[in-house]
Design a protein around this ligand. Sequence first.
Ligand code: ADP
Length: 179
Amino acid sequence: MKNPQESPFKKGRAIYPGSFDPITNGHVDIIERGLKVFEEIVVAVLENPKKAPLFSTKERVDMIREIFSRQARIRVRSFHGLLVEFARSEGIPVVIRGLRAISDFEYELQMALMNRNLAPDIETFFMMPNVRYSFLSSNLVREVALLGGAVDALVPGLVERKLRDKIAKIKRSKRIPIS
Ligand code: ADP
């Protein structure tokens, strides 16, 4: 390549949307890979009133901000409603999604094609994580942590501490007072 300025890499911005309840090492892996390709990534935390998340939207946003506090090329936002509307409101035409295994493929393909149908100007960009994260999901992390299993190899240290605090709080609130 003659001029490195012409590199197709590290150009433009992308959105990485998800529930991130909580963010895992698999998500972090995808974000770090994304930073090799894009100048800036907006991590977009979905506020879904139909799901009862373990962590509030603010807690999820704050955790991701803290994890990437020294990375100026990451912004963290929350959004609700249609992803393509959020992407348009931010003026960002690329959506990053992670593909762990074939099992993700069908759902992700449907979503990508539906989003293209709604907004032909927005492209979906798939990335594969390191194989060591291909079994990892937020759902599994929540379940293991709730049952008292170790999750320190699966999530950033900050998330592990917040999970422990959150679960202790839930257990305290469920304790029936002895009269
Ligand atoms: P959803 O609520 O749609 O499952 P998540 O918040 O779990 O979304 O994840 C957001 C995105 O990150 C999705 O594209 C999902 O496939 C991807 N993802 C989740 N876990 C991992 C992982 N361990 N490795 C790579 N990608 C992942």
